[in-house]
Design a protein around this ligand. Structure first.
Ligand SMILES: O=C(O)c1ccc[n+]([C@@H]2O[C@H](COP(=O)([O-])O)[C@@H](O)[C@H]2O)c1
Ligand SMILES: Cc1cc2nc[nH]c2cc1C
Length: 364
């Protein structure tokens, strides 16, 4: 498998539909520009859907890839290594932030175990049956995955994207459940942007103290050293310093773009996977929105590289798709405005005036 093959499979959202949407916008009673960024959001959705007026976004779904990261053993996370299954439980039992928001917005949530480090008996079969391996390796000293496992993970993500597209999901809110995942994500972003560990390393979801931040920086620095030699092969990069959940998310993003399914990105983990996917297929980011800036420096760097401007800036760092889900009502609002605001009553253009005066002359 070569991720670069996706480049030929991914098209841009339809440019001529976009122009039709812009022309419709010009005919609305509401003055040009008066809806701010919601105008371009509506036009982007039109192009993605190939539909003017834009269709309502009424089959959205939250998709969360879950995995544990061996690097969390270094105490670089506010959470215990191997404890991601607890986050998964809280999503499933409705007590986590994303579960509360999903209930409020009536959006179904799907959790996919790509690489949790827990007894599969602890979680429902529907979640664990996709697992590629139990936990990903400690990226500062060993590979996260074998290349075969990386490929299996990418294929898992592709399969989930196909299932969602086939079942009529019209927009995906993408997130992650991954203790230690921001260390891997920061490494991927630093490697692909050619920057330093200290530039990308943030404080993670649970907020870590200065000593933990220094340990995290050192872990990213060591992992970066292992990443640089394999930068030319994206699958190998995901195997070396990614993880099963990150590789699955990358495959999901690529196949979603193939299937013309728009995706809202969440925090630094989805941004890192998006950056890997962009390297494989430069048109892929045209299918994505950035939901929220979380405050992680690596996320800002990745979004900037992809020229994605986040819809919100609310500083949510819990991950699990919550920042992206918060932006969903904005997307739905843009769709409703673009579709439902009335057009001006048609004024007679110069051509029609001429035709009218000619026909008047003929009857006189
Ligand atoms: O969205 C972000 O930028 C963000 C920043 C820090 C942490 N998180 C979330 O917090 C979880 C734990 O991450 P970590 O790397 O701090 O163990 C994981 O699911 C992340 O998605 C998310
Ligand atoms: C205008 C616009 C351009 C984009 N490019 C990628 N995602 C996008 C989303 C919007 C809304």
């Amino acid at each position: 498998m070569n991720l670069d093959d996706f480049s030929d499979l991914i098209e841009r959202p339809d440019g001529s539909v976009r122009r039709d949407a812009e022309e419709r916008r010009e005919r609305l009673l509401v003055p040009p520009g008066a809806l701010g960024r919601l105008d371009e959001l509506g036009e982007w959705l039109s192009a993605a859907q190939q539909s003017v007026p834009v269709k309502p976004v009424d089959r959205p779904r939250v998709v969360l890839f879950a995995g544990d990261h061996g690097v969390a053993e270094l105490d670089v996370s506010g959470r215990a290594a191997g404890s991601t299954h607890q986050l998964v439980r809280a999503v499933l039992d409705g007590s986590s932030p994303v579960a509360v928001l999903a209930r409020r917005f009536s959006v179904p949530v799907r959790v996919v175990d790509a690489g949790l480090d827990c007894d599969p008996e602890l979680l429902p079969e529907s979640v664990v049956r996709h697992r590629v391996r139990r936990g990903s390796g400690r990226i500062d000293v060993e590979d996260a995955l074998t290349v075969e496992e990386a490929e299996q993970s990418v294929r898992l993500g592709m399969r989930i994207a196909d299932e969602e597209a086939d079942s009529g999901t019209d927009l995906v809110v993408l997130g992650d459940l991954s203790v230690g995942g921001t260390t891997a994500a920061s490494t991927l972003i630093a490697a692909l942007c050619g920057t330093d560990a200290s530039v990308v390393t943030g404080r993670g979801g649970a907020g870590i103290d200065d000593l933990a931040w220094m340990r995290k920086c050192a872990a990213v620095r060591d992992a970066l050293r292992r990443a640089r030699p394999v930068l030319g092969d994206l699958l190998e990069l995901l195997a070396t310093v990614g993880g099963a959940d990150l590789a699955a998310t990358t495959g999901f993003l690529l196949q979603s773009a193939v299937r013309r399914m728009p995706v809202v990105l969440d925090g630094v983990v989805s941004a890192a996977c998006a950056l890997v996917a962009q390297r494989a297929a430069f048109r892929a980011p045209d299918w994505w929105l950035a939901g929220q800036v979380s405050g992680e420096p690596a996320q800002a760097k990745a979004l900037d590289r992809m020229a994605l401007t986040p819809l919100l800036d609310h500083g949510l760092t819990v991950g699990e798709g919550s920042g992206a889900l918060l932006a969903l009502p904005l997307v739905q609002a843009a769709a409703a405005l673009a579709a439902e605001l009335p057009e001006r009553a048609r004024e007679a253009g110069p051509e029609e005036e001429k035709a009218e005066s000619e026909s008047e002359g003929a009857t006189a």
